[in-house]
Design a protein around this ligand. Structure first.
Ligand code: ADP
Ligand code: MG
Ligand code: MG
Length: 246
């Protein structure tokens, strides 16, 4: 599904990713762990196509397409979803409006008909239930006044509605209490753990991985993957720290 080969980039002239390679197949859940400043968020933003993240080498293939040649909205329409460490607030735009616009923009990009209001609300209700989110909450402006946990749950509702092929989730667990962590973890499993989908989970901590069991764990340090293993690697990191392992 995703083949990252020798990817390098720079932000404002400073090299961050330095020859990063990673392959993700359909049906797989990969976790990337690593110290602060390693380049984890940079990897997520670069795959999403954020301006200012200048690719200086390497390639990324996404289901047979040259991801790096695509505009951010084309990447999203092709099935790439990015979950952010710090979801933004959008005063004046309700979650329902925002989600419907986002979904229909992606459908249009794929040459599909827009979803009617009724069909959209049915879909939104189904995904909100999955994340134990009240529909009243989705009628409020995007993330305004939401707690950290509510923002992440709203983002998982968004993921459920957009139904991506590959979700890259950057520290979805940050700022979550135990209950919200479990609800988000179960949401990720319900939406994404399918033979035709894949997940790249970026996390500092083992705890999210108790709910979303990764097939592979990678350590990102100094702008590249320095070690890969199975789920046991996350436990090893938790016990011994990055310096001992990487
Ligand atoms: P991580 O998510 O692993 O903690 P980041 O990808 O956020 O790390 O950051 C990797 C490196 O890139 C850090 O040294 C950080 O200071 C630098 N960096 C990130 N964003 C910017 C930016 N907008 N301008 C300059 N340097 C940046
Ligand atoms: Mg960080
Ligand atoms: Mg980060």
């Amino acid at each position: 599904m995703l083949t990252i080969s020798d990817l390098s980039n720079e932000i404002a002239g400073k090299a961050i990713l330095k020859g990063l390679s990673l392959t993700i197949n359909p049906g797989e859940i990969h976790a990337i762990m690593g110290p602060n400043g390693a380049g984890k968020s940079t990897l997520a933003y670069t795959l999403g196509g954020r301006p200012g993240y200048d690719v200086t080498g390497g390639s990324v293939d996404f289901n047979g397409q040259d991801l790096l040649a695509m505009a951010p909205h084309e990447r999203a329409a092709a099935g790439l979803f990015l979950g952010f460490q710090y979801p933004v607030e959008i005063p004046g735009v309700s979650n329902v409006q925002f989600l419907r616009e986002a979904l229909n923009a992606q459908r249009k990009q794929r040459g599909e008909e827009p979803l009617s209001g009724g069909a959209f609300l049915k879909l939104a209700r189904e995904k909100a239930d999955l994340l134990r989110m009240d529909m009243d909450m989705l009628k409020r402006p995007v993330n305004v006044g939401f707690s950290g946990g509510e923002k992440k749950r709203a983002e998982m509702v968004q993921m459920g509605i957009l139904d991506p092929k590959l979700a890259i989730l950057d520290e979805t667990d940050s700022g979550l209490d135990i209950d919200a962590l479990r609800i988000c973890g179960e949401g990720i499993n319900a939406i994404m753990r399918r033979p035709d989908k894949a997940v790249l989970l970026i996390t500092h901590y083992q705890r999210l991985l108790d709910y979303v069991k990764p097939d592979f764990v990678h350590v990102l340090a100094g702008g590249r993957i320095v070690r890969s293993g199975g789920p046991e690697l996350a436990l090893e990191l938790e016990q011994h720290g990055y310096e001992a392992v990487a």
